[in-house]
Ligand binder design. Structure first.
Ligand SMILES: Nc1ncnc2c1ncn2[C@@H]1O[C@H](COP(=O)(O)OP(=O)(O)O)[C@@H](O)[C@H]1O
Ligand SMILES: [Mg+2]
Length: 461
């Protein structure tokens, strides 16, 4: 086959192109062939008839030899031909040589009932188109004027048209081949590349390279697929990184648990010692529970169907409830917790999730601050946005770590975070929740001065 099955689209388009050209051409040909040629023949026949009639008019005045000779002489130079017969159809004069077909046409005419008219009009087959005009003097028929026009000229034109039609058909075929080649280069090839790329992607390969140097829709599609492939690769890497970190995170407390359990099992321990080890075990299992709970939260939020249940909430009273909840822990570490709420701010959000965010942030502020320091929660309405800031005077976050603290499992100081039971997921969860509310969360910090976490959520009533 000339075209590979692969290029089906190009072949289809090419043949569509071919069919429409041939159809158009066919219509043109029919119009020209029948319309134009018939028109031409009609004009010629009419003028032939008119010429015959005018000869007849002359001959009705003088049907003598001299006039007849004059008439035939006039015709001898023209493309047409005249034959004058008497009343019985015997030839008297003629302008050019009489061919057998002229003779047979004349003989086929029934001379007893002839009127003006066309006696042969079939230009396609007959060698002549011919007319007859009877010559009548004083009501008596004295003869006939026959006019003949050779049909060769018209047939010539028709043959030329046919040849031209064939040439154009050939040209259309040629153009079709060119079109198919062009289309397969321009359209189908990139499509096939993209199809192969997506097949590769779905079979798990990711070294897809699809940069099309074109700015049309196909180029855009190629770019979109390339982006998709890159995203997929990134997600895949992220997922395996995440799984690796998670298994590491899980392994650490489990090692502690089993280690301390082994020690606690020993027979030669005092009650005091055994209690201490069991306390550690209890703490570690609590940390593990927290980690699993956070992971579960994360997993839920990754699902497409994760919904926040919004309702009207007055922020100041929500903040006071949160404050009451964390107060014992703050008092325990002797850290002050102040709240400042400008006025009544009413906003629709998911109160449970938002509380979870605040608890996470206050938890961080508590654990990364020293005894005697203060933490402030400030809520403000800025235009239609709710702004909540949690400001501490703690150890701060180094500049180079700041961009990553919202990443899953990212912790500046792993051992320190572990000590208080941090999973490294708190800020990541907070970010997800705030983004589900179409809001933003950001951090600014200075080492040894403190940290400020700022939340902005749109939609204050
Ligand atoms: N208020 C803060 N002050 C200093 N460091 C902070 C503060 N909040 C977060 N961080 C840093 O960001 C990291 C990520 O926070 P988070 O996601 O809550 O995890 P963690 O479980 O460790 O608290 C923490 O490990 C800590 O290093
Ligand atoms: Mg935390």
């Amino acid at each position: 086959m000339l075209f590979k099955r692969k290029n089906k689209l190009a072949t289809k388009l090419g043949f569509l192109f071919l069919t429409s050209i041939i159809l158009l051409e066919g219509i043109l040909f029919v119009v020209l062939y029948f319309g134009f040629l018939n028109q031409r023949v009609m004009v010629e026949t009419d003028s032939l008839m008119a010429r015959g009639n005018s000869h007849r008019d002359v001959l009705e005045k003088h049907f003598d030899e001299a006039t007849r000779a004059h008439v035939t002489l006039m015709e001898s130079e023209a493309e047409t031909q005249v034959v004058i017969t008497d009343a019985t159809n015997s030839i008297l004069d003629h302008s050019n040589t009489i061919t057998p077909s002229i003779k047979s046409i004349i003989q086929s005419v029934d001379h007893t009932s002839v009127k003006d008219g066309i006696i042969e009009g079939d230009w396609g087959k007959a060698p002549y188109v011919s007319t007859v005009s009877p010559v009548t003097i004083n009501g008596v028929s004295v003869g006939y004027v026959y006019m003949f026009l050779n049909t060769e000229g018209i047939r010539d034109i028709r043959d030329k048209l046919t040849v031209q039609f064939l040439i154009v058909t050939g040209l259309a075929l040629f153009l079709t081949v060119i079109t198919i080649i062009y289309l397969s280069r321009i359209i189908t090839k990139p499509l096939i590349h993209m199809k192969e790329a997506t097949q590769k992607m779905s079979s798990g390969e990711h070294d897809v390279y699809l940069i099309e140097d074109r700015d049309d829709e196909l180029g855009e599609l190629a770019k979109a697929i390339q982006t998709l492939s890159n995203d997929l690769l990134r997600l895949k890497n992220e997922r395996s990184d995440f799984l690796a970190s998670i298994s590491h995170e899980l392994r650490t407390p489990l090692t502690y648990l089993s280690g301390y359990a082994d020690i606690a099992k020993r027979d030669n321990l005092t009650l005091e010692e055994r209690k201490r080890y069991l306390t550690i075990i209890k703490e570690e299992s609590g940390n593990l529970t927290n980690l699993v709970k956070d992971l579960f939260d994360m997993a839920k939020m990754d699902q497409k169907g994760f919904l926040i249940e919004r309702q009207k909430v007055e922020i100041c009273s929500l903040i006071n409830q949160v404050r009451a909840k964390v107060m014992p822990a703050y008092e325990n570490k002797e850290i002050n917790l102040f709240t400042s709420c400008q006025k009544e701010i009413i906003i629709t959000l998911d109160p449970e999730r938002f509380t979870q965010v605040l608890l996470n942030l206050l938890d961080n502020a508590l654990h990364y601050s020293e005894k005697g320091k203060s933490v402030r929660i400030e809520a403000n309405q800025v235009r239609k946005d709710l702004q909540v800031e949690i400001i501490d005077e703690g150890e701060g976050i180094p500049k180079e770590d700041l961009p990553f603290i919202f990443d899953r499992l990212y912790r500046v100081d792993k051992s320190r975070s572990r000590k208080y039971g941090g999973s490294g997921l708190g800020l990541a969860i907070a970010k997800e929740i705030i983004e589900k509310h179409e809001g933003t969360i950001s951090a600014s910090s200075e080492v040894n001065k403190g940290t400020k976490i700022k939340i902005v959520i749109p939609g204050v009533e």
